[in-house]
Design a protein around this ligand. Structure first.
Ligand SMILES: [Zn+2]
Length: 270
C-alpha cells in the first residue's frame, strides 16, 4: 500500500468513527429525552384533571350553601343573568315635578348607579333609556322582552299632595310571573329596611303597564316621596342615591335566597 492510499484509509476510518459517535450520542439523547417528555406530559395531564375537578367542586358548592348570606351573583360566577333597568319618564315627560326637582332626572341618575353596581357583580344590564329621551311604555317593555331579561325594574319617585309627611320607598309587583315578582319586591324592601338611611314602606300589588306587559319577574320601585321635603332633599343627594342603588342591588342579588326549594342561582337570559 502506498502512502497516499494509507492516508485516505485513515481519513475514512476517522470519519466513520465520528459518524458512529454522533449516532451513539443521538441515541443516548433520545433515550434520555423520551422519559423527560413523558414526565412533562403526565404532569400536565395531572394538572388538567386537578383543575377540572376543583372547578366542578366549586360549581357543586354553589348549590350547596344556599343558606349563606349575602348571596351574590359574583359568588355564583354566572355572568349572564340579565336585568332590565327602566328609568321612569324622560324627555318631555318629566314625571312628578316639585319646584325645580324633576322626577325623570333622579330616576335616570339612580338607574345608572344601579347599573354600575350590578355590572360589578357580573350581572348583564340593559337600560330602557340612558339619557333624557322620550320612550313610550310599550318601548320600555319591548326592550326588556326582546332582550329576554331575567328581571325588570322600573325606577320612579312618588308624590302625595294631601300629606307632605308621608315618606318611604315602596315596591310594586304584578306581572304574569307574579309570585317571583312579589318575592323580588319583598327582597328589595328587606334589603332597604336594613339601612338606617332609607325609610322602607312595603311591597304592594298594582297593575301598572310595565308590570303587566313584561314577560319576566318585574318590580316598580317608588324610591321616595318628592312631596316630603326632607326625602326630596335626600333623593337629590348623590350619596343617598348611591346608598339607595346599593340597597336595591342587594335586594335583587339576594333574591335567590328567598326561593326555598326553588333555590337556584341566577340563570342566563339567553
Ligand atoms: Zn314616575
Amino acid at each position: 500500500m502506498n502512502k497516499k492510499k494509507y492516508r485516505k484509509r485513515i481519513r475514512f476510518r476517522k470519519r466513520k468513527k465520528l459518524k458512529r459517535l454522533i449516532i451513539a450520542y443521538l441515541l443516548r439523547a433520545i433515550v434520555i429525552l423520551i422519559p423527560i417528555i413523558m414526565i412533562i406530559l403526565m404532569v400536565c395531564g395531572c394538572l388538567y384533571i386537578y383543575d377540572k375537578f376543583t372547578n366542578e367542586a366549586d360549581m357543586i358548592d354553589i348549590y350547596a350553601d344556599n343558606d349563606a348570606t349575602p348571596v351574590t351573583s359574583a359568588k355564583y360566577n354566572v355572568p349572564k343573568f340579565c336585568v332590565a333597568i327602566d328609568a321612569g319618564h324622560g324627555g318631555s315627560d318629566g314625571g312628578t315635578v316639585s319646584g325645580e326637582v324633576i322626577e325623570k332626572d333622579i330616576n335616570l341618575s339612580v338607574a345608572l348607579k344601579l347599573k354600575a353596581i350590578l355590572e360589578d357583580n357580573k350581572i348583564e344590564v340593559v337600560l330602557t333609556r340612558s339619557s333624557d329621551e322620550n320612550i313610550s311604555l310599550a318601548q320600555r317593555t319591548s326592550i326588556a322582552n326582546d332582550f329576554s331579561a331575567d328581571f325588570f325594574i322600573s325606577l320612579h319617585c312618588n308624590y302625595y299632595e294631601d300629606d307632605a309627611q308621608i315618606a318611604g320607598l315602596e315596591c310594586y309587583y304584578n306581572s304574569p310571573d307574579a309570585m317571583k315578582s312579589k318575592a323580588y319586591a319583598e327582597s328589595i324592601i328587606n334589603a332597604v329596611s336594613l339601612s338606617n338611611d332609607i325609610k322602607a314602606r312595603d311591597a304592594k300589588a298594582e297593575g301598572y303597564y310595565v308590570l303587566r306587559n313584561t314577560q319576566m319577574p318585574a318590580v316598580l320601585v317608588e324610591m321616595g316621596f318628592l312631596s316630603n321635603y326632607s326625602e326630596r332633599q335626600k333623593l337629590l343627594s348623590d350619596d343617598y342615591q348611591e346608598i339607595l342603588s346599593q340597597r336595591i342591588a342587594e335586594g335583587i342579588l339576594q333574591y335567590p335566597c328567598l326561593q326555598g326549594a326553588e333555590n337556584q342561582p341566577p340563570v342566563s337570559c339567553r
